[in-house]
Design a protein around this ligand. Structure first.
Ligand code: SF4
Length: 346
């Protein structure tokens, strides 16, 4: 199989070019085109010689997912992108430009195996496969390229792994991608601009976050094992006690915290008793809670908590000195919710 240059680390790219009898500095030039200029078309790479372009075309491929549909939310100015992979599968990413902050929410799988009851991704698509480095970073490259060409934004400033799929079940490709996101020769993002969201897979959670010191969001949503296992089957394998123990191992810098996502469902998890349980559960952790009103889907016809319950829930948490935000729109939701994608056009 022809190797994709976008699936390589800097070192692997260097070996690939050395195998073509090219000078080492060419690696940096290509890397810059891919990750800083967001260009993958060899014809546009002005400082790459014709002979190298020919050698690359003969020996390797340069492939990222292709944008097939874009819809823009007039409510909050976010953009939803559908992208097609090399095997004609669709993935979804969201771009949210807000002044200087340009956030992209990327997918790490096609579908998701975790089947959370409230999530369109798990219930409507099922699980097809994991995305590789070129497909994960390719979403950022393709969308950043589009954003520049269309004067939406210059450079993406924040990346959140909150799209389709569970990042900790695709850790190898997430790790390769995070390295290039952090590399000053790659995307050059600072660690605080990258957020990984998990439904609570604990195996390598603290090791990974402590190693790269990126931000963490946990899609918790329920404060008892009984409820959580009912709506998020992954909780059976990784119950709350195990999850909280793992979260305690995360070393946070002074200003850092763990974001706890909490989807508010009417008469299910929106009472003040639920808020009290949540506080007891998270007692020993440095957290911020994101409260997320629920948008009903046909597969999970629960209703969102009322405005009044959301406000009361938030007020109660704040009275216990917990930082709280309430997410209300799609663009904002992408920072607060895992999944929720079902490959639909707006
Ligand atoms: S909420 Fe997240 S972890 Fe759960 S099924 Fe959806 S994408 Fe997967």
């Amino acid at each position: 199989m022809t190797k994709n240059l976008l699936n390589m680390s800097l070192e692997e790219l260097e070996s690939a070019l050395l195998s073509l009898k090219e000078q080492k500095y060419r690696t940096k030039q290509l890397y810059t085109w891919f990750y800083q200029k967001h260009v993958t078309d060899l014809n546009q790479m002005s400082n790459i010689s014709v002979s190298l372009k020919e050698k690359i075309l003969q020996n390797f491929e340069i492939k990222i997912p292709e944008i097939t549909d874009i819809s823009r939310s007039l409510k909050d100015n976010s953009y939803k992108f559908l992208l097609k992979t090399h095997d004609n599968k669709l993935i979804e990413s969201i771009l949210m430009p807000v002044k200087d902050r340009v956030t992209i929410c990327v997918s790490c799988m096609i579908g998701c195996p975790l089947k959370c009851k409230f999530c369109a991704t798990g219930s409507q698509i099922g699980f097809i496969r994991k995305l590789d480095q070129s497909e994960i970073l390719g979403q950022i490259i393709a969308i950043n390229h589009y954003a520049k060409e269309n004067n939406i934004a210059q450079n993406i400033s924040n990346v959140v792994f909150m799209g389709m799929g569970e990042p900790l079940l695709n850790l190898e490709n997430i790790e390769k991608s995070v390295k290039i996101l952090l590399d000053p020769n790659g995307f050059g993002l600072s660690r605080s601009k990258i957020t990984l969201s998990t439904a609570g897979i604990t195996d390598k959670l603290s090791d990974f976050i402590n190693k790269y010191r990126i931000k963490l969001a946990v899609s918790l949503h329920f404060s008892t094992d009984e409820q959580r296992s009912k709506f998020m089957p992954i909780n059976i394998k990784y119950p709350l006690k195990k999850l909280i123990e793992e979260l305690k191992k995360i070393v946070l810098a002074k200003r850092d915290y763990i974001t706890i996502e909490y989807l508010l469902l009417k008469d299910i998890n929106d009472s003040l008793d639920n808020a009290k349980q949540l506080i007891r559960l998270l007692d020993s952790l440095k957290i911020k809670v994101n409260l997320i009103p629920y948008n009903p889907t046909k597969d999970f016809p629960a209703t969102s908590a009322s405005e009044e319950s959301i406000n009361n829930f938030a007020k109660f948490l704040r009275s216990k000195n917990i930082m709280v935000t309430v997410r209300r729109s799609l663009g904002q939701d992408i920072e607060g919710a895992c999944g929720q994608f079902a490959l639909k056009k707006n």
